[in-house]
Design a protein around this ligand. Structure first.
Ligand SMILES: [Mn+2]
Length: 293
C-alpha cells in the first residue's frame, strides 16, 4: 500500500542504486563519501549542499549490477574551521580507501579533492592526479581562502607526482597561471588542444601517461560547459559537453581503475532544474569500474 520514499517507479524488474546501497562503514567494492563544505569557495558558495543533492539523483539511477556499494555518509565538517574540516576529511577518505576497492568522493569545494589527495599520499607512493577543470588552480596568492590554489597545494603535497589538468580554457585564465603551472611541472591540456586533436587522441595520451600507476581522478563540475552544468562555483564557457566527458570518464576508469574518484564544486543553488546535479550523479556512476564476474 505504501511506497518507499524517493522511488516513484514501481517496475518489479528494476533495481535502483538507492535500493541496493548499504549504509555504515563496512568493507565494500564501491564507497560513497560526502564532504558538505564550501568554506574555500571565493565566488559562488553553495557546494556544501552538493552531497545531499547528488545522492538524491545517484540513488535514483538504475543499478547496473556486479558490485557492492556502501554509502559511508558525510564527513562531519565544521563551518568556519577549515583546518579541522580538512583534517577530518583526510581521515575519512583514508579510511574509505582502505575499506573499499574504489571510493567516490562528493564535494564540497575543490579543497575536498585536495584532502582526498593528501589521504591518498599516505597510502600510495606518489599517486598520479588527473583533474578535469576549466582552471589550472595554481594561484600564487589570494586574500583569504580560495579553491584557486588547490593544484599548487597538491604539488606541495607530493613533489614528484604526475599532475595533469584537462579542459583548461585560456579565455578564463590569466596568462601568468600557465607560467606557474609550468614551473610547478603541472601538465595542462587546454580545451583548444582537445578541439584540435580530438577526444580519441586525448584518451590515448592519458591512458599511455597514466597506466599502471596509483591514480586519483577528479572532476570539477566547471569542466563541463555551463550550458549543461550551470550550477557550479566558477563557470567558464567552451567546456565539455556531457557525452564527451561521460565517455572519457567511463573509458579512463574502466582501463585505469582509479582507487579514488572525486567530483567537486557542484553548486545546487545556481542550478537550473537540477540538470547539473543529475549530470554530477551520472558522472559518478560512469566512474564505477568494479565489476565482479
Ligand atoms: Mn575550476
Amino acid at each position: 500500500m505504501f511506497r518507499s520514499a524517493g522511488f516513484s517507479i514501481g517496475d518489479p524488474f528494476e533495481k535502483r542504486i538507492g535500493q541496493v546501497i548499504k549504509k555504515g562503514l563496512e568493507k565494500t567494492d564501491v564507497a560513497l563519501l560526502g564532504v558538505p563544505w564550501d568554506g574555500a569557495a571565493a565566488t559562488r558558495a553553495g557546494s556544501r549542499a552538493a552531497p545531499k543533492k547528488i545522492r538524491e539523483h545517484f540513488y535514483s539511477l538504475p543499478y547496473q549490477g556486479g558490485f557492492e556499494i556502501c554509502d559511508y555518509g558525510d564527513v562531519d565538517t565544521l563551518n568556519g574551521d577549515p583546518q579541522e574540516t580538512w583534517k577530518r576529511t583526510v581521515e575519512a577518505v583514508k579510511l574509505s580507501v582502505q575499506s573499499s576497492l574504489e571510493t567516490l568522493v562528493m564535494g564540497g569545494d575543490s579543497t575536498s579533492s585536495y584532502c582526498a589527495f593528501k589521504a591518498f599520499c599516505e597510502l600510495e607512493k606518489e599517486p598520479c592526479y588527473l583533474l578535469f577543470d576549466a582552471h589550472p588552480d595554481v594561484r600564487v596568492e589570494y586574500p583569504g581562502l580560495t579553491s584557486g590554489r588547490v593544484v599548487r597545494w597538491i604539488r606541495e603535497a607530493s613533489a614528484s607526482s604526475k599532475i595533469i589538468v584537462v579542459g583548461v580554457r585560456e579565455h578564463s585564465n590569466h596568462p601568468y597561471l600557465f607560467t606557474e603551472a609550468k614551473k610547478l611541472k603541472v601538465e595542462i591540456i587546454t580545451m583548444s588542444q582537445i578541439e584540435n586533436q580530438g577526444l580519441n587522441t586525448l584518451l590515448e595520451r592519458l591512458l599511455k601517461e597514466l597506466s599502471g600507476q596509483a591514480l586519483q581522478i577528479s572532476v570539477n563540475m566547471d569542466a563541463f560547459d555551463p550550458s549543461c552544468a550551470p550550477g557550479v562555483n566558477s563557470p567558464s564557457v567552451g567546456g565539455f559537453y556531457p557525452r564527451e566527458l561521460l565517455w572519457l570518464v567511463e573509458k579512463l576508469c574502466q582501463t585505469l581503475k582509479p582507487k579514488l574518484f572525486d567530483l567537486v564544486e557542484l553548486t545546487p543553488c545556481y542550478d537550473v532544474m537540477d540538470m547539473s546535479a543529475l549530470l554530477a550523479a551520472t558522472t559518478l556512476s560512469k566512474a564505477i569500474w568494479v565489476k565482479r564476474a
